[in-house]
Design a protein around this ligand. Structure first.
Ligand code: GLC
Length: 542
């Protein structure tokens, strides 16, 4: 039987920012249940939930203190079960995030490790080491945290522990069989509760080269440390041994019927990324090359061809993403001058220079039609279906992303794409909750303009565009091939055929281009006999 995920569209829910049923300013599981009709009406195949587990929220829930429970601020396991049942009743699959690289510092294992002496079995669940220098006052290696600063923190007795992210996220030791057994059990726990699959956080970093002495990263140009692209034998990224973890997981997930699906977060070049989707490993990996591509026909052609070729080498199909909870919203990215340094842009007062949202929205609409036309599966991050822009002017005191503090205020972080959704045109929280309690991140004054309510009433809205595209996608979604139309596909015009009779055209230039004959299935802009600049169309040709 064909695996359901091969052509599925999954909608990413960031639970804290989706819908707040209990009116405490933070989204919750019951809120998700209450808004499932919005998701079902879009026409997607399922949802992927970012972490909702018990957590002190040092990293918005990617710091898990109990992998088998719901954070009390988000609800209960009973709420979770009700949400899964309500999703399944609407034919929506449910994928959950699993965070195997690290725990929260409040996880019982880490508390026990702190209470235990150096060299103890408790400490062996993590990566504790003595420091360098005469008195051990220097970190064991020069490894850096992804959020800024060293990847090591010192504890009271003088030892150091590894954290590739925040200090509140100690890395687990995947050389220890107890860690492996724990995650098999966590996978079984949620699979048994009926989840259909897992998104695997930081999937390529679990296994480290912990042979003594630990190796420093080599400094490359500009004093930056080497990245994985420069080093096939990196001490903690993309180690060959990590693949064995996913072979093992595949056997665990095959205990369930149907086998539970997996998608890995793997920020690696294509040829190394797809190795994670060999037939005995994960089902899918996110294809971040597409997200990173510039608004340019040649760039898209290149990424589409290489993504299809890479996936074909291991017998699978690519995934396509244009955003998620970690990156600047596509409407804003596409409205910025080419090559803008996004971190620097966010630091400018309120995102300065301003992104051209009119242009960015036209391009994002066209990009959505490109994304949803491609063979394989797609992931839509909540708010993309509303064309939400990045909120660039969140006041510094409201920022929660650890990157802000860890970077010494040189990186504003990811809160601008995590602002709670606007459901209604008016009201103090734009329908995010019923009582108007202040959302955990402030919403812009004009947020109601992008609300589901406003867009549902406007046939020309981004919301209606997504609904139409997702409905029309059914014509060709099962087809895993794309055929470039060589007579049209050149310059700023991308042109390819899908299924029996669909021609997809994307104009990345600003000049209007001639429009071939055909029935318009969905268009990102008014056509008027031509295909305007920064627009896309799906045509049915007899
Ligand atoms: C992943 C998540 C990100 C998180 C990090 C650490 O990259 O997507 O949000 O901060 O892992 O868990």
């Amino acid at each position: 039987m064909r695996q359901w995920w091969r052509d599925a569209v999954l909608y990413q829910v960031y639970p804290r920012s989706f819908a707040d049923a209990d009116g405490d300013g933070t989204g919750d599981i019951a809120g998700i249940t209450s808004r499932l009709d919005h998701v079902a009406d879009l026409g997607v195949d399922g949802i992927w939930l970012s972490p909702f587990y018990t957590s002190p929220w040092a990293d918005g829930g990617y710091d898990v203190a109990d992998f088998r429970d719901v954070d009390p601020r988000l609800g209960t396991l009973a709420d979770f079960d009700a949400m899964v049942a309500a999703a399944h009743a609407r034919d929506l699959r449910v994928m959950v995030d699993i965070v195997p690289n690290h725990t929260s510092h409040e996880h019982p294992w880490f508390r026990a490790a702190l209470a235990a002496p150096p060299g103890s079995p408790e400490r062996d669940l993590y990566v504790f080491r003595d420091g360098r220098g005469e008195h051990g006052e220097l970190p064991p290696t020069n490894w850096l945290s992804a959020f800024g600063g060293p990847a090591w923190s010192r504890v009271a007795d003088g030892q150091w522990y590894l954290h590739l992210f925040a200090p509140e996220q100690p890395d687990l030791n995947w050389d220890d069989e107890r860690v492996r057994e724990e995650f098999r059990d966590i996978l079984r726990f949620w699979s048994g509760r009926g989840v259909d699959g897992f998104r695997i956080d930081v999937a390529s970093a679990l296994v480290k080269d912990l042979r003594e002495p630990l190796r420093d990263l080599v400094l490359v140009e500009g004093g930056r440390v080497e990245d994985v692209g420069a080093n096939p034998d990196h001490p903690f990224l993309d180690r060959p041994e990590v693949h064995e973890v996913y072979r093992d997981w595949r056997r665990v997930l095959a205990e369930f019927d149907p086998p539970r699906a997996t998608v890995g977060e793997v920020w690696l070049p294509g040829e190394r990324r797809v190795l994670y989707t060999r037939p005995d490993e994960l089902d899918q990996v996110f294809n971040f090359d597409f997200l990173r591509a510039e608004w340019d026909a040649d760039a898209y052609r290149g990424v589409i061809d290489s993504s299809l070729a890479d996936a074909a080498r291991v017998g699978t199909v690519p995934t396509w993403v244009i955003g998620n909870h970690d990156v600047v919203r596509p409407v804003s990215v596409l409205g910025l001058p080419r090559g803008t340094d996004q971190e620097a842009w966010l630091l400018g007062d309120g995102g300065d220079p301003k992104a051209d949202l009119e242009l960015g929205t036209r391009r994002a609409r066209a990009l959505a039609l490109l994304e949803l036309a491609l063979p394989g599966s797609a992931y839509v991050y909540q708010g993309e279906e509303l064309g939400l822009p990045e909120v660039a002017d969140i006041p510094a005191e409201a920022l929660e992303d650890p990157r802000w503090e860890r970077s010494g205020h040189t990186d504003k972080g990811r809160d601008g794409c995590r602002v709670p959704l606007p459901w209604t045109v008016a009201g103090p929280s734009f329908g995010f909750n019923a009582n108007g309690a202040a959302p955990w991140l402030p919403q812009p004054e004009e947020w109601g303009r992008w609300s589901v309510e406003a867009q549902a009433a406007d046939p020309g809205s981004v919301l209606h565009l997504y609904r139409r595209a997702l409905a029309q996608r059914r014509r060709f979604r099962a087809d895993e091939t794309l055929t470039w139309d060589d007579s049209l596909n050149r310059g700023p015009l991308l042109a390819f055929r899908r299924g029996a009779d669909v021609l997809v055209l994307v104009n990345t230039g600003e000049e209007s281009l001639g429009l071939p004959d055909g029935e318009v299935l969905v268009a990102s802009a008014e056509l008027d006999g031509a295909l305007p600049g920064s627009a896309a169309v799906w045509l049915r040709q007899a």
